[in-house]
Design a protein around this ligand. Sequence first.
Ligand code: PAF
Length: 266
Amino acid sequence: MKIFKSKQKLQKEILYEKNISFVPTMGSLHKGHEFLIKKSKKIGGKTLVTIFVNPKQFNKKSDYNNYPRNIKNDLILLKRLKVNFVYIPNKREIFSFKPNKSVFLDKVSKKLCGQFRKGHFEGVLDVVNRFLEILNPKRIYLGKKDFQQLYLIKKHIQKRKIKTKVIACKTIREINGVACSSRNKRLNKKQLRIASQVYKFLFKIKKKSKLNLNILKRKILRFGVNKIDYLEIYNVESFRKGLKLNTNTNIFVSYHLGKVRLIDNI
Ligand code: PAF
């Protein structure tokens, strides 16, 4: 496994690599990342993982500062998974150049998380656009847990005619049902139990045809959730809001446990 901090050295190394699978991360790696990496390893070619906590996608400085970081453990895991290249840039390396392609921000960015995290998706697309330009990967691996992010990156890639193929990967969950996320590391035992209750409740409710979202919200708050940002039904193809569940819809949720904000779609 080769580790790069310098863009120049990395680009020299991968100049003739035509089959790179790119797994972008903000570190503090978990089973979800592990799944993306394992999937990328299966397809052949070389796997390149980036670790960069992108300041532009945090709408609160405190959230950026408190984001879990654990480079030492991350590198142990990446080595075990036999990742070929790891790129750990600093802010200057990423933001000091003008990308050739501008960011395309689909209007879906205004919905759900876009309403509660101003500038978040602009920040995500900015950094992903830059990475795509630096690395020119054949494929990019993204998880469906961050469904809105996945949708917006896909739209940007389509619109800007970038050749990278988007590989959408299923959400990986802990045994208690909670979707794997670096933010889970900031939850205490009680909060983890509540997160598990929320998942199990929504999973059960999904089988019902009629839903009253306000009643559901009240029930979720009674589990001990501090605040719900949204609980909505969305069509996963068109990304339009729906009133009823069907095979093409998911329940999208974002809620707070203490200072931690979690998202999921079930
Ligand atoms: O999903 C994430 O971890 C981040 O949003 C990403 C895609 C690495 C961009 O910073």
